[in-house]
Design a protein around this ligand. Structure first.
Ligand code: FMN
Length: 334
C-alpha cells in the first residue's frame, strides 16, 4: 500500500470521502481522455488521409445506405444520387490505391442492384453503368444489395425452443479444462459475425487464446477469474476497431458494437454447447496499455471484454443472479 493510501485510511470519514472523490474523478478523466485521444487518432473523424481500413469502413457505410434504400417497402426511384456519386469516387480511390478486393466488390454488387432496380423507371444511371462496366481485373465476386424473404424465413425455430435456448444461457464458472479446438471457435466466430453493427461496419473482432500458457498470461491482467480461470478452455478478447467510425457522435460506438458482438459470441458458444463467462475489462488506461503491449493488440482496437469459454463439468453450481424488478428497468413511453 502506498504511503498516501496508508495516510488516507487514518483520515476521518469526511476528508477521506473527499479525497476518494477527487482521486476517482481524476482517474475517470484520465480514462476518458485516453478513449477520446485514441478515437481522434484512429477514427476518420478528423483524419483526412484515409488508409485502406478507414476507406473500407467508409465504403461499407456508403454502400450499406444503398442496400437499406433497396430494402425499404417502397424504394424511391433514383434515391441517393449524390451519395452514389460520392461512393463511386471512394471505390475508384480505393481500387486505384489498394487494388480490388471484397470491399470494392461488395460495393459494386450493391450498385449493380441499384442499376437493375432503376431500369425502366426514367432514372439516368448511365454514369453508374459505365463505372460498373469498368471493374478492375481481379475484382472478386461481390455480395451486396437486398434479397426478398418470406416471414417464415426470419423465424425458422419454434418460439418456445428459441426462448428456451436464450433463457438457458447462464454464466458458467465450472469448466473441465479441456482445450477448445480452433475449428469450433471458427464456427462460433462465423455465427457471431452476423451480429448487427452500425451501418454494417462490423467493428467487432476477437483474439482467441487457446493454449494454456497464453490463456493464463492474458488472464493474469484480468481481475475477475480467480478460482476458475485455470480451467477455461479458450479465452476470447473481444475488441472493436475504432477505424470503423467516422463522426464525433460515434465516440462510444466501439462499446455498443463491440458489446453486441461479445454477446453474439457468447450465444454462439452456447449453441455449440460450450459454457461461457464474460470477464470484465473495466480497467484504467495504464492496465489497458499493458495488455495491448503484452498481446500485441493495436491501439486502434478498443478492448471491450474478455470471455472465458469451456466444456462444462458434469455437475456444477451457478450463481442465481436474480434480476432487479422489471419496474426498475422496464419503462413505457405512452
Ligand atoms: C461485461 C461483463 C463482464 C463480466 N465480468 C465478469 C467477471 O470478471 N467475472 C465473473 O465471474 N463474471 C463476470 N460477468 C458475469 C456476470 O456476473 C453475469 O453475467 C451476471 O451475474 C448475470 O448472470 P448470468 O450471466 O448467469 O445471467 C460479467 C458479465 C458481463 C456482461
Amino acid at each position: 500500500m502506498s504511503i498516501l493510501k496508508k495516510l488516507a485510511t487514518r483520515l476521518p470519514p469526511a476528508p477521506k470521502a473527499f479525497l476518494r472523490a477527487g482521486h476517482n474523478s481524476l482517474r475517470t478523466l484520465r480514462n476518458s481522455f485516453y478513449a477520446t485521444y485514441r478515437f481522434l487518432r484512429n477514427s476518420s473523424t478528423v483524419r483526412s488521409a484515409l488508409d485502406r481500413d478507414l476507406l473500407s469502413a467508409v465504403i461499407y457505410k456508403q454502400f450499406h445506405a444503398v442496400e437499406k434504400g433497396l430494402a425499404l417497402p417502397q424504394p424511391r426511384p433514383g434515391f441517393g444520387a449524390e451519395a452514389i456519386n460520392n461512393l463511386m469516387g471512394h471505390i475508384t480511390h480505393y481500387e486505384t490505391s489498394f487494388g480490388p478486393d471484397t470491399t470494392s466488390a461488395n460495393a459494386r454488387a450493391a450498385l449493380k442492384q441499384y442499376v437493375a432496380f432503376n431500369h425502366g423507371l426514367g432514372v439516368d444511371v448511365h454514369a453508374l453503368e459505365a463505372f460498373l462496366a469498368k471493374a478492375p481485373n481481379g475484382t472478386p465476386e461481390g455480395e451486396g444489395g437486398a434479397i426478398k424473404l418470406q416471414r417464415g424465413d426470419l423465424f425458422p425455430v419454434p418460439q418456445d425452443t428459441a426462448i428456451e435456448f436464450l433463457r438457458s444461457r447462464r454464466t458458467l464458472r465450472n469448466f473441465t479444462g479441456e482445450a477448445i479446438p480452433q475449428a469450433v471457435l471458427e464456427d462460433i466466430y462465423a455465427v457471431a459475425s452476423r451480429a448487427p453493427s452500425v451501418c454494417n461496419r462490423q467493428a467487432g473482432g476477437v483474439y482467441f487464446a487457446t493454449g494454456r500458457a497464453q490463456i493464463d498470461h492474458a488472464l493474469s491482467f484480468q481481475n475477475g477469474n480467480r478460482g476458475f480461470g485455470e480451467k477455461i478452455g479458450a479465452l476470447a478478447i473481444v475488441t472493436a476497431d475504432q477505424r470503423a467510425f467516422t463522426s464525433p457522435g460515434e465516440l462510444h460506438q466501439d462499446y455498443v458494437d463491440g458489446g453486441i458482438f461479445a454477446m453474439s459470441l457468447l450465444l454462439a458458444a452456447h449453441a455449440k454447447q460450450l459454457g461461457g463467462c464474460m470477464l470484465n475489462w473495466s480497467v484504467d488506461a495504464g492496465r489497458d496499455r499493458s495488455l495491448r503491449l503484452a498481446l500485441g493488440i493495436p491501439e486502434y482496437e478498443t478492448i471491450i471484454t474478455m470471455i472465458g469459454f469451456g466444456v462444462p463439468t458434469e455437475q456444477f453450481s451457478i450463481a442465481l443472479s436474480p434480476r432487479v424488478p422489471a419496474e426498475a428497468r422496464l419503462h413505457w413511453l405512452d
